[in-house]
Structures are given as C-alpha cells and as structure tokens.
Design a protein around this ligand. Structure first.
Ligand code: NAI
Ligand code: NM2
Length: 495
C-alpha cells in the first residue's frame, strides 16, 4: 500500500502555524468542490494561534443548499441498495487514507484516531440486522433495519473533523447520505473529509459540505428532503434546531453543552485523581463539551490536591499547536477569549480565588503575538451559586469546590440543568458504582476522565441533549425499523 499522502490539496500538505492559506472553494457536493454563488456575505476565518486570516467563509444560500441535498438524495438511492459489507469496504479504505495521511502530515496527527470510527462501524455491519418472530400457524414476522435517507449534520467549532466523522461514519454505514455544515469558524476540515471519502471510493453526492451559519443551518433543517438532523452545539441553538425539525417531523440527535461534575473522594489514588482533573479541564484548552469543570474535592485532601494541581497547571506548555511539546494552544476566537476572561473576572468579583493563570498569555514566539491564548486557570473558594460554577465557560478554567459527604456531593453535582458527563475518583468499588448510578449524566467516568473510545456511546441527559453518538447504539439513530408480517395460512376475516 502507498505510504505517501494520497491527497495533493494544499490543506493536506505539511503546514506550520502561520503559513497555510486556503484558497480552494469550501463547498463540496456531487463529488467536487463547488464555487460559492454569491460572495457578498463572506466572513473572514481566523487562525487562532496567530490571529491572521486563514480563509473566507462564504455561506450557501437556498439554491446551493437545495443542490447539495438533491445530490445527496440521488447518491442515497444507490448507496442504500448496497450490502453492509460493500459499504464497509469503502469506509475501511477511508480509514486507511486517514491513517496514512495522518502519519505524513503534521496537521493531521491529532485526527488520526478518527480512523478508528470506520473500523468500529465495520463490526456494526453485522449488527445492522433485524429479528425473526414466530407467529401461530407457522406464520411469522421479521424486521428490517432501513436507512432514513438524507441526514443533515451541523457541527460546533471545537472538534471540527471529529464531529464530521462521528456523524457521517454511522450515517453512511447505515446506508444514508449526509449534508454536513461545519461551524463558520472552522470551515476547512470537513472538506478534507469529503476529499478523503472521494479518494476512498465513496460515491459522488454521498457526503457533502455546505458552508454557512444560522441561516444556512435553518435552510437545512427546514428542507423537505431531509429525514434527520444531527446537531452538535450549544443548548439555545439545539432548541431551535429541534423546533425546526419538529415542523417536518424529522428525527433529531442533539449533542449539547455541559457543566460536568468530577467528584474526588479522600480515599482516591491522589496521583490519578490529579491527572484526571487536569484531563477533565485542560484538554483542548478547555473547549470540550464533556469537561469536568466542577471539581468537588473531599475536604480532608483539599490542600494536597490544590498544591499539586496548581503546580502542574503552571507547568502546562502553552503555545504553537503544531509543536510536539505544546499541550495547550489558543482559544477559537478573540470574542471567545474575551468571554472566557470575563468569566474569570466575574468569578473573582463573586469571591473565587485565582490560584494560577486566568490571564491573556503571550507566548515567546513572535508569530503568536496576536493569538488568542489564555493561561490555564484554577479557581479556589468556589460556591455552587457562582456563575463560573453554573455556566459552561468552554475555556481552560477549573472551578474547585469542597464537600464532606457522598450524599451531599451527589445532590450538589446533580443540581444543574446539564447532564452530559461526570466522573468519580475513589478506591471504594461499591461507592464508585453507587455514585455512577446516582449521577444524572450520559457518561460517568470511574477513576479516569475524558477517554472517548469510539466503541462507547456518548451523549447527554437533561438539557445536554438526547440520542447517542458512537457505539453500537448509534445504529438506532441512523436507521428505522420496518416490520414485515407474513401469513402462511388463509386470511381469517371477520367480514
Ligand atoms: N455535546 C457535544 O457533543 C458537544 C457540544 N458542544 C457545545 O457547543 C457549543 C460551542 O459550539 P458553538 O459552535 O459555539 O455552538 P452554536 O450552537 O453556536 O453553533 C453550533 C452550530 O450550529 C449552527 N447554527 C447556529 N444557529 C443556527 C440555527 N438557528 N439553525 C441551525 N444551525 C445553527 C452554527 O453555525 C454551528 O454550525 C458549546 O456549548 C458546547 O458545549 C460542542 C462540542 C461537542
Ligand atoms: C474529549 N472527548 C474526545 C472524549 C470527547 C469530545 C467531545 C466533544 O467535545 O466534541
């Protein structure tokens, strides 16, 4: 097999921060990049680490959305007739291309793991099946899993490639087509995925990318040929998407925000709990929906915990995302950086103590002088009623709270409208499972945090949404069940 990158487009070349300029059109349907029709509403897209313009995002209008959806529909008609194994062969090739390119291109390294999702859905080909039910007199029924049709994916900016992969892989494995709209702040990587699919042999039109913001998103949700909308983003937008989908009785999956609790009991293995707390808060500079940002620490171990967490937080290398040693980089945008700094300021005003970080950060490298960096921050003296403890910050800010008893901490941990994830560190096995059972969240990590194998279902409780991504269960969210009833005798009629 070729070990060279298979794709020749500029985005796939080895890039370093401050050099990439994207000029190619960023819409993709019917198997090719498509030039935007109307460039009037173009918006600049910034490179977070340098603040320079990377490309322009030009939103799709009604006619373009319609073209993309029609191209998806015609591809779906053919793709849905293939057997699961035929579909799997093509998707495995996509996985291979992702891995080969990831080995060669620095910028793709972080997304290499996404290849796993296709391998994982290969196994599901065997599960994409129905049931046989015996009925009296030799009659029987059987069920068939069938695709939904054209599915829309709408993504947030924090994991632009991963979100596109997590949505399109199960959708396509189940025989659907997808039209994906990335966030206007991260328009590039979904088109890279479209190129990868094309190279792998995915039929033209099966995976399409339209660019745009709220308006384009609305056009997608309202389109009569769309069967399902899978959305990742904030709670307020999720509600709007659900409302629009309801008008056409379309299925929805909502992956929304969170303010997840991480509970650290005094009997924990402290070294692991500290590592877990850092992973739960500072991964991807805190821009992770399932982060455990309310860290409840049992009072007796608070001093040791804080000392060690602060020491390690101060040592996190912040800087160029393309450097091997960097562990944290810039926030997505200037307004977002200001929002995060605003949360920290408000936390101080409400009585929290900043133990470290929480300021705009200027890395030594001069090319990063206009980047949107914030030094990772640990907040002590937090109370449950503070804004920093109640609202999703989506930045590198850990709020630490003390607790005394299991009963008390469970009640406080669940006192939120969110319910995406949760975590517990303890050596007491019964307590671990009892706490996991009582936390109102879609995921509970025991003695770890933020591990996300694609075999494992992911999704929210309460206002964090519903439906699941990843894992075997996702089949249910991208297919519908048909029942076929077979009579082997004569029709018994009451007439
Ligand atoms: N649960 C999960 O899996 C994840 C949740 N998130 C959440 O996403 C949020 C951050 O992402 P943002 O991009 O700022 O969220 P957002 O809700 O502003 O935007 C998400 C997407 O929806 C689109 N959109 C905006 N208005 C729309 C409308 N009226 N109709 C249709 N589409 C519309 C945007 O263009 C974007 O593509 C955070 O709250 C975070 O918690 C982020 C990643 C993962
Ligand atoms: C961190 N991880 C991979 C477990 C989940 C990321 C979910 C998201 O924020 O999109």
């Amino acid at each position: 097999m070729a070990q060279q990158p298979l794709l020749s487009l500029p985005e796939f070349q080895s890039v370093s921060t401050g050099t990439l300029v994207v000029k190619e059109p960023l819409n993709f349907w019917a198997g090719a990049r498509v030039k935007p029709k109307d460039t009037n509403n173009s918006e600049p897209v910034y490179e977070p680490a340098t603040g320079r313009v990377l490309c322009d995002m030009i939103p799709c209008g009604e006619e373009e959305v319609d073209e993309a959806i029609k191209s998806a529909h015609s591809a779906y008609l053919k793709w849905s007739k293939l057997s699961g194994m035929e579909r799997a062969r093509i998707m495995l090739e996509a996985a291979r291309i992702i891995r080969v390119n990831a080995c060669n291109v620095a910028g793709l390294k972080k997304i290499a793991k996404n290849g796993n999702i296709y391998t994982s859905y290969l196994r599901m080909v065997f599960l994409y099946s129905g049931q046989h039910i015996q009925l009296p007199g030799g009659s029987f029924a059987y069920t068939r899993r069938e695709p939904l049709g054209v599915c829309v994916g709408i993504g947030a900016w924090n994991y632009p490639f991963q979100i596109a992969a997590w949505k399109s892989a199960p959708a396509m494995a189940c025989g659907n087509a997808m039209v994906f709209k990335p966030s206007p702040m991260t328009p590039v990587t979904a088109v890279m995925l479209a190129e990868i699919y094309k190279e792998a042999g995915v039929p033209d039109g099966l995976f399409n990318v339209v660019q745009g913001g709220a308006e384009t998103g609305g056009l997608l949700c309202h389109h009569p040929m769309v069967a399902k909308v899978s959305f990742t983003g904030s709670v307020p937008t999720g509600k709007k998407v659900m409302e629009m989908a309801a008008k056409g009785v379309k299925q929805v999956t909502l992956e929304l925000g969170g303010k997840s609790p991480l509970i650290i009991f005094k009997d924990c293995e402290l070294e692991n709990a500290i590592k877990g707390a850092l992973m739960a808060n500072f991964l991807t500079q805190g821009e992770v929906c399932c982060n455990g940002t309310r860290v409840f620490v049992q009072r007796e171990i608070m001093p040791q915990f804080l000392e060690e967490v602060v020491k390690r937080t101060k040592a996190i290398p912040v800087g160029d995302p393309m450097c091997e040693e960097t562990r944290m980089s810039a926030l997505i945008s200037k307004p977002h950086m200001e929002k995060v700094l605003g949360f920290i300021k408000q936390a101080r005003e409400q009585g929290a103590k900043v133990l470290c970080g929480g300021e705009q950060f200027l890395p030594n490298d001069p090319k990063l002088k206009d980047g949107y960096f914030v030094s990772p921050c640990v907040l002590d003296n937090c109370r449950d009623d503070m804004t920093c403890v109640k609202e999703e910050i989506f930045g590198p800010v850990m709020s630490v709270l003390s607790f005394d008893t299991e009963e008390e901490v469970l009640q406080r941990a669940n006192n939120t409208t969110f319910g995406l994830a949760s975590g517990v560190f303890t050596r007491d096995i019964a307590r671990a499972h009892r706490v996991a059972a009582n936390l109102q969240a879609g995921t509970c990590y025991i003695n770890n945090y933020n591990v996300g194998p694609v075999e494992v279902p992911f999704g929210g409780y309460k206002m964090s949404g519903f439906g699941r991504e990843n894992g075997q269960v996702t089949i249910e969210y991208y297919s519908q069940l048909k029942t076929v009833v077979v009579e082997m005798g004569d029709v018994e009629s009451i007439f």
